[in-house]
Design a protein around this ligand. Structure first.
Ligand code: HEC
Length: 129
């Protein structure tokens, strides 16, 4: 019962399986869920104090760089790198403005809030189609 259509269909399925993992890897990482991005928005503009330096919605200010311009001072802006940056901050000696970025935001965020705010930054820093 192997018709040409059947073989083609099977090929499509195999191709789909081969391509799917690559697409998800380029797309949002599994750690970045809608609800985490939403919580991260609140942390960014609230207890994290991120907006006071990086501007509302991460658009940047005189103190902190834009997080949406697709330019990263360090690394390529992966979720893991953003997470590391939020956890460790940036010492004053390493920033362009001489203004340090505090570790875990201004309110010493817990792990859940740190992950959420990193998910929010990942989300707003991706190019919009
Ligand atoms: C007191 C100001 C200040 C606060 C508060 C602050 N940042 Fe920053 N942030 C900076 C500065 C300054 C840099 C480094 C810019 C440079 O490299 O010259 C930076 C760098 C970053 C980077 C890396 C940018 C890049 O181009 O590689 C990320 C991501 C980031 N901050 C996210 C956050 C998040 C999320 C929060 C809140 C939890 C936060 N920041 C709070 C000032 C701040």
């Amino acid at each position: 019962m192997s018709t040409p259509l059947g073989v083609g269909g099977l090929l499509l399925v195999i191709l789909g399986l081969a391509v799917a993992p690559t697409l998800t890897a380029q797309d949002r990482p599994p750690a970045v869920t809608d609800s985490l991005v939403e919580r991260g928005f609140a942390v960014f503009h609230g207890p994290g104090g991120c907006a006071s330096c990086h501007g509302r919605r991460g658009l940047g200010s005189e103190i902190g760089p834009s997080l949406r311009d697709r330019e990263w001072a360090r690394g390529a802006g992966t979720y893991e790198e953003i997470l590391e940056r939020v956890i460790h901050g940036v010492p004053r000696t390493e920033t362009k403005t001489g203004e340090p970025m505090p570790m875990r935001g201004v309110a010493e965020l817990g792990d859940g809030d740190v992950r959420a705010v990193a998910a929010y930054v990942w989300h707003v820093s991706r190019p919009r189609s």
